[in-house]
Design a protein around this ligand. Structure first.
Ligand code: PMP
Ligand code: GLU
Length: 397
């Protein structure tokens, strides 16, 4: 029996979390699964951050927080955004939430009316489309080709904007393609956005620290769009703090107020202990994030090098994040015994069952000819997984 709301029936389970759940189930049965499906740093949270959380517990900072976050944390985030990103958000323009995922949900629910179009350059991160559907918005996909390094041009964006477009959501560096928009590319995108009144943009900058080529640019640093950009960030990726569940936005006052209103009804705010930990992260010097970035870069290079020997796979050179998003279309239509691999999802299920490597289908990111490999794991694990993937793919004909 299914007596669920239409809203819930429309919703799809997060593909990243679903693959991770499947690989945990197989691991519990004793199968040696390599999980390259979840995007989370395999490093430990820095010691100073853990110490701040322990101190918060000792100091009994265990009561309800102010809904938008502790003032000290909002000030530390405001200072960080100025220092690292050249952004002018006052502490009152910051809202701290239970992960960047909730930050994005707050903004989408605040801005999107039923029937509003939300433009998603694809490949896009899995949760954007589902959050838009939950708000009864209409997701409009704009595919960025691998030939253009998975980036849409300002002209393509302009061509896809209609009088119904309310919001654009993108990540840079991008999950899943690893592509990062340059300052010049973002400048021309800012000009397009500026020319359309009442168009807003969520700039998801959660991978800002994991960038290998060039430097990260924040869309809201361009004056002509500052009032229409919501900057989303968090501590999950840059500080190896996925389980602490802290994300935040910097935004115009009226959007901030709306997000506080939603959050006041949904969660009452983020965990006090995690907030104290995040405050320490905001004040840390860059050493451990730079060290992490360098390790991700060597892993990226190793993975790309090993992937050259897998026949029929093409990829771009990701400029950031910790994912590779290869085109696997040459394997579609091939057979595994009696069964035909019809889609990237079939291929991922085949690789999970045959190679015991968990990956995520490109369909979840709006690109059905691709799959995502996360390299947030050791170099030995990368070598072993590519060995397994290569021999499993060789069995298809
Ligand atoms: N945006 C992107 C692009 C992501 O990859 C993720 C997943 N970590 C998030 C937002 C959400 O991050 P979190 O909720 O852990 O802060
Ligand atoms: N963002 C990560 C990923 O894409 C974590 C999983 C999730 O939050 O969906 O794998």
């Amino acid at each position: 029996m299914n007596n669920l709301s239409d809203r819930l029936n429309r919703l799809t389970e997060s593909a990243t979390l679903a693959m991770t759940r499947k690989s945990r189930e197989l691991q519990a049965e004793g199968v040696d699964v390599i999980n390259l499906s979840i995007g989370e740093p395999d490093f430990d949270t820095p010691e100073v951050v853990k110490a701040a959380a322990i101190q918060a517990i000792k100091d009994n900072i265990t009561h309800y927080p102010p809904v938008p976050g502790f003032p000290e944390l909002r000030s530390a985030i405001s200072a960080k955004l100025k220092r690292d990103n050249n952004l002018d958000y006052s502490p009152e323009q910051i809202v701290v939430s239970t992960g960047a995922k909730q930050s994005i949900a707050n903004v989408v629910l605040s801005l999107v009316n039923p029937g509003d179009e939300v433009l998603l350059p694809s490949p896009y991160w899995v949760s954007y489309i589902e959050l838009v559907k939950m708000a009864e918005g209409i997701p409009v996909m704009l595919s960025a080709s691998i030939e253009n390094n998975f980036k849409v041009t300002a002209k393509e964006l302009d061509g896809a904007i209609t009088d119904k477009t309310k919001l654009i959501i993108y990540s840079s560096p991008c999950n899943p393609s690893g592509s990062a928009y340059s300052e010049a590319e973002l400048k021309s995108i800012a000009d397009v956005v500026a020319s359309h009144e009442e168009l807003y943009v969520i700039a998801d900058e959660i991978y800002e620290h994991i960038i290998f080529e060039g430097t990260h640019t924040s869309l809201a640093s361009f004056d002509n769009v500052k009032d229409r950009v919501i900057t989303v960030n968090g501590v999950s990726k840059g500080f190896a703090m996925t389980g602490w569940r802290i994300g935040y936005i910097g935004a115009p006052d009226w959007i901030v107020k709306a997000c506080i209103k939603i959050q006041g009804q949904f969660t009452s705010g983020a965990s006090t202990i995690s907030q104290k930990a995040a405050e320490a992260a905001m004040k840390m010097d860059k050493e451990s994030t730079v060290a992490m970035r360098d390790i991700f870069l060597s892993r990226r290079n190793l993975l790309l090098d090993l992937m050259k020997d897998i026949p029929g796979i093409t990829t771009n050179v990701p400029e950031g994040a910790f994912y590779v998003f290869p085109n696997i279309s040459s394997y579609l239509g091939k057979k595994n015994g009696e069964e035909t691999i019809e889609s990237a999802s079939d291929l991922c299920m085949y690789l999970l069952n045959e190679a015991h490597v968990a990956l995520v289908t490109g369909e979840a990111f709006g690109e059905p000819d691709y799959m995502r490999i996360s390299y947030a794991c050791s170099e030995d694990t990368i070598r072993e997984s590519i060995k397994r993937i290569t021999s499993a793919l060789a069995k298809l004909n």
